[in-house]
Design a protein around this ligand. Structure first.
Ligand SMILES: NC(=O)c1ccc[n+]([C@@H]2O[C@H](COP(=O)([O-])OP(=O)(O)OC[C@H]3O[C@@H](n4cnc5c(N)ncnc54)[C@H](OP(=O)(O)O)[C@@H]3O)[C@@H](O)[C@H]2O)c1
Length: 255
C-alpha cells in the first residue's frame, strides 16, 4: 500500500513512518519543509501546508491511505480545522480509499480550544465522503516528560495542577495501532487507546523526579474552571477501551 503520513516528521509521525516501512508499505512523508538531511532519499516526500492549502493535491496523488498526524496547536483553526477540510476534499477528489485521523481522548468532555478544533476536525473527517477511521489516544509519554521538564524549570518548586489525572501512552504503540487500522480498513470511531496505567499527575511527577534524581519539591496548584475539573475527573483517561503495554514507569526506565 502507498500511505501518506501527514506530520511524518513529528513525534508520532516518525514512528508511523518507520512502522509502515517495516510492514512493507511505500510511505510518503507530508511536511511543510523540504526532504530533511539524514532521511533516506528513497522515501517519498511531499511538501504541503495545511494552513495555506499548498501542495495538498500533489501530496495525496496516487496514495491508497492517508494517516493524518499533522497538527499545529498554535494555529489549530487554520491547520487542524480548515487544513483537515482541504485535505479530506483532496482525498475525495483523488479517490483515496482510507483516511485515518489521530485524535485525543476526552476532546468532547474537556473545554479547551485546541480540543474543540480537534473535535471539529473529527466531524470533517466523518462527513467528508472518504472512508475513514478515527483513533483517539491519550497524552504521549514524551508530552508528559515535556510538561514536567517545563515545571522543573521553575525556581525552588515544581508547580503542578492539583488533582489532574494522566494515562500516558507509548508513541510506538500508538503508531502500531494506527498501522493495524490501515491494514484492517475503514472502521469509523475506534476504541480509545491509552497507556496501561492511570495515575495522578503528581504520582507521574514523583516517578519522574526519582528517575532523574530531582530534589525540587512538588507544589500542587489548585486550578479553577471546567477544563481543570475535567482533567481532575480523568476525562483524558481510558478506563475502558484499548491499552498499550508500555507504562510511564517502563518508559522512564527505558530513557
Ligand atoms: N502529543 C500528544 O500527547 C498527543 C496525544 C494524543 C494525540 N495527539 C495527536 O497526535 C498528532 C501528532 O502529535 P505529535 O505530538 O506527534 O505532534 P508534533 O510532534 O508536533 O508533530 C506535528 C507535525 O505536524 C506538522 N505540521 C504542523 N503544522 C502543519 C501545517 N500547517 N501543514 C502541514 N504539516 C504541519 C509538523 O511537520 P513539519 O514541521 O515537518 O511541517 C509536525 O511534524 C496530533 O494530531 C495530536 O493532536 C497527540
Amino acid at each position: 500500500m502507498r500511505i501518506l503520513v501527514t506530520g511524518g516528521t513529528g513525534v508520532l509521525g516518525r514512528e508511523i513512518v518507520e512502522a509502515a516501512e517495516a510492514a512493507g508499505h511505500a510511505v510518503r512523508v507530508g511536511s511543510r519543509g523540504p526532504h530533511r538531511a539524514g532521511i533516506p532519499v528513497a522515501r517519498e516526500w511531499a511538501m504541503m501546508d495545511l494552513a495555506s492549502g499548498s501542495g495538498i493535491d500533489e501530496a495525496v496523488a496516487g496514495v491508497d491511505a492517508v494517516v493524518h498526524a499533522a497538527s499545529d496547536p498554535k494555529r489549530s483553526q487554520a491547520a487542524d480545522v480548515e487544513g483537515t477540510q482541504v485535505l479530506v476534499d483532496a482525498c475525495r477528489r483523488g479517490g483515496v480509499g482510507h483516511f485515518v485521523y489521530v485524535s485525543i481522548v476526552g476532546i468532547d468532555r474537556i473545554p479547551v480550544r485546541y480540543y474543540q478544533h480537534k473535535l471539529a476536525a473529527e466531524t470533517i473527517v466523518s462527513a467528508g465522503g472518504v472512508p475513514w477511521s478515527i483513533l483517539r489516544a491519550t497524552q504521549f509519554h514524551p508530552f508528559i516528560d515535556q510538561l514536567l521538564t517545563a515545571a522543573a524549570r521553575f525556581p525552588l518548586v515544581m508547580p503542578l495542577p492539583a488533582g489532574f489525572q494522566v494515562q500516558s501512552v507509548d508513541v510506538g504503540e500508538v503508531a502500531r495501532r494506527l498501522l493495524r487500522c490501515v491494514k484492517d480498513g475503514p472502521d469509523g470511531h475506534l476504541p480509545d487507546f491509552g497507556g496501561p496505567e492511570a495515575m495522578s499527575l503528581r504520582d507521574a511527577a514523583q516517578l519522574w523526579r526519582e528517575a532523574w534524581g530531582m530534589k525540587k519539591p512538588l507544589l500542587s496548584v489548585p486550578l479553577l474552571g471546567r477544563a481543570a475539573a475535567a482533567f481532575r475527573a480523568g476525562s483524558n483517561t481510558v478506563p475502558a477501551g484499548e491499552h498499550g503495554t508500555i507504562s510511564w514507569r517502563d518508559w522512564l526506565v527505558q530513557r
